[in-house]
Design a binder for this molecule. Structure first.
Ligand code: ATR
Length: 276
């Protein structure tokens, strides 16, 4: 009887559009090999129009086919709408669960690279897009005292702050210097500095002693914002770890083992980044 994880071949996927450059298959294949699990994890290109169909197929196939997968841009919102139980941790046969792992990846990366980061009483989050939402939620859930969101379009920061209520505040981008005063954590969630674009000069001197600056952008690995922080003698954590750590809960759920992010995995992904 093929009823154990040792004898079954388990399949999982990442769906997105475009998906060519997704590094999730490399990450999961690395762990599958490391644990000696018989399984596959593949990238599937799914156009936005086809996404509901794709989900219907996953539902219909049942045991033996894909047990689950990651969905990425532009399907994140649609996946939530189509799931039976968004954000429920409970397992139930035949039901489709959806959960966002970005926030988990974000805090797990800081835990690994800069333990003690969560002693910060005050965090500054620059940017108010989709990525910012997951970051703010994870900081709030971790119990960081005050979270200050700044954004070029202040209305978006306001909307986010309203959603999260007490302890989360919004400011226009111009208030950065003032708001950084005494903060132990600075997070860039904007696309500034991504793929060789310019980032404005930032002065991190108002930050608390032992503060850490992190960027969720990981191409390039050392973004202009991280470079500025390093030049000013501030500790930094790059964004690559967020990508690696966010893959852990999915692997555990589908393949049954909690994997670790190690230096070999990091260097495999960095080598792949250098190829493209
Ligand atoms: P994501 O889902 O990746 O966060 P997004 O929703 O497009 O992407 O958000 C991009 C973030 O980068 C926003 O906070 C955006 O600011 P606006 O809300 O004002 O657009 C920020 N951003 C992008 N380009 C920027 C720039 N040149 N200066 C300041 N902020 C910028």
């Amino acid at each position: 009887m093929a009823d154990s994880r040792e004898t079954l071949t388990i399949n999982a996927f990442v769906a997105g559009y475009p998906i060519k450059h997704s590094r999730s298959p490399i990450i999961h294949s690395y762990w599958l090999k490391k644990f000696g699990i018989s399984g596959s994890y593949e990238a599937v290109e799914v156009r936005p129009d086809d996404f509901p169909n794709f989900i219907a197929t996953i539902r219909a196939q049942g045991p033996g086919s894909a047990v689950g997968g990651n969905v990425t841009i532009p399907h994140k919102e649609a996946a939530y709408r189509l799931a039976d139980s968004p954000d429920e941790v409970a397992e139930e046969e035949g039901r489709l669960h959806a959960t966002n792992t970005d926030g988990y990846g974000f805090v797990s990366n800081l835990d690994e690279r800069h333990p003690g980061w969560d002693k910060a009483d005050r965090a500054v989050v620059f940017g108010a897009g989709g990525a910012s939402r997951a970051v703010v939620q994870s900081l709030r859930d971790r119990g960081i005292g005050e979270i200050h969101i700044l954004n070029r379009t202040v209305e978006r920061a306001q909307e986010l702050a309203d959603r999260f209520g007490a302890r989360v505040f919004s400011h226009p981008q111009g208030a950065l210097h003032e708001v950084m005063q005494g903060a132990g954590l600075f997070v860039n969630t904007t696309s500034l500095g991504m793929d060789g674009t310019e980032a404005p000069e930032l002065d991190f001197s108002p930050l608390a002693e032992n503060a850490v600056v992190t960027d969720i952008v990981y191409v390039p690995l050392i973004t202009p914002i991280l470079q500025m922080a390093q030049a000013q003698g501030i500790a930094t954590v790059d964004g690559l770890g967020m990508l690696l750590h966010q893959a852990k809960p999915g692997f555990k759920k589908w393949f049954g083992q909690m994997p670790e992010v190690d230096e070999t995995l990091r260097s495999i992904i960095i080598a792949d980044m250098e190829k493209h």
